[in-house]
Design a protein around this ligand. Sequence first.
Ligand code: KIV
Length: 306
Amino acid sequence: MPEQQPAGAYGGGPAIPAKKVTVPEIVQMKRDGRKIAMMTAYDVAFARLVDQAGMDIILVGDSLGMVMLGYPTTVPVTMDDMVRHAAAVSRGAKRALLVGDMPFGSYQTGRDDAIRNATRFLKEAGMDAVKLEGGHEVVETTRALVESGIAVMGHVGLTPQRVAQFGGFKVQAKSAEAARVLIDDCVALEQAGCFSIVIESVPAAVAVLATERVRIPTIGIGGGVGCDGQVLVLHDALGLFGEFKPKFAKRYADLGPIVVEALERYGREVRDGVFPDDEHSFSMKESERAELERALSEPRRPKKVV
Ligand code: KIV
């Protein structure tokens, strides 16, 4: 009988086997026809909750540049940003497979830089695998990483690090020709050793055709239901990020207003002097308090100098 973690302290969902998810298991899920649930996380608190909810994969996405650091795109994100957040996630998540997202500039400058930076994710941040964006142009780098012993997830379609070239966050592979390139890219990434591929913002029919042509799982985000799994950005799914809402970003909760309401109540209670009440304060023995008050009512005796 596999070890189980209890149904969530925060929710009553089914108990999920507590055994750590591995790369071969993710590949096997496609063979078994089991869908893969992946979610991003960027800090220890949410990593615990996402893990507890039974996600198969947690991606520490470079989307953290937008949802955590307030940049307009993912381009400014650095390796140090990623490693710091990824390490926090690995301290919170015990079960899910952990994937660190290689930020812009960390793998485009050559094979050695890519290996050095990917290695940081594994050694300093406790990640199990890395993800990098691109198709045929990153095949050689992907192969070098895999040959170095690093598990790699690909990412094709709308690759946000190229947002300037795309002219915005736009649906990709809409023409037959562009779709053909994307499908060929998926096959090339599989041959280079990727264990799975994220397909972002493409017509659902294109994602289905790509999914049929590779033996590794495809993980869709704006790729329709035909992919082998799905991923969302946590802050989109929970309603914690209002600035930009792509069509595919389904909101499973609207936590923004709940957070604001709780903080407003806190502010009111502080201003009204009702927080903290006795329940949230520390008490002192009555005898110690009486002794202190007596001592304070007498003038302080000068310390004896010997
Ligand atoms: O950075 C990210 O969160 C991602 C997902 C959208 C796949 O790359």
